[in-house]
Ligand binder design. Structure first.
Ligand code: AMP
Ligand code: ZN
Length: 114
């Protein structure tokens, strides 16, 4: 999608600090980290949020979680512990409308909610 910043990251048109890539998925460091380790996992195919992703191709969620699983094992984060978060819409504060999964860790995290 031409005006989507995460599609531009996939296409290499804007820079990112890439930490993982395979044929379907790319992951990079969040520009404004909220934890010692904060990465964003996205599918290379554009959808705007998790509901649209599930409606269009539910297999993409498997691609994402397989990538996260491989990555956290390589990083040792599966032993330390980590959190996966996806925001949808205004109440959750979604700011980028290309489905993405925050992977947070590297330290003890606060509880989430309000
Ligand atoms: P959300 O609020 O769930 O939509 O998350 C969007 C996230 O994207 C935020 O945590 C931003 O810090 C992050 N972000 C926005 N632009 C970039 C970028 N160019 N590179 C890396 N992370 C970004
Ligand atoms: Zn996109």
């Amino acid at each position: 999608m031409s005006d989507c910043i995460f599609c531009k990251i996939v296409e290499g048109k804007i820079p990112s600090t890439k930490v993982f890539e395979n044929n379907q998925v790319i992951a990079f460091k969040d520009l404004h980290p909220l934890a010692a380790k904060h990465f964003l996992f996205i599918h290379k195919s554009h959808t705007k949020d998790i509901v649209q992703m599930m409606d269009s191709d539910p297999g993409q969620i498997k691609d994402i979680y397989q990538s996260i699983s491989q990555f956290v094992k390589d990083e040792g984060m599966n032993e330390e512990g980590f959190r996966v978060v996806t925001n949808l819409g205004a109440h959750a504060g979604q700011t980028v409308f290309h489905t993405h999964f925050h992977v947070l860790g590297g330290e003890t995290l606060g509880r989430f909610g309000k």
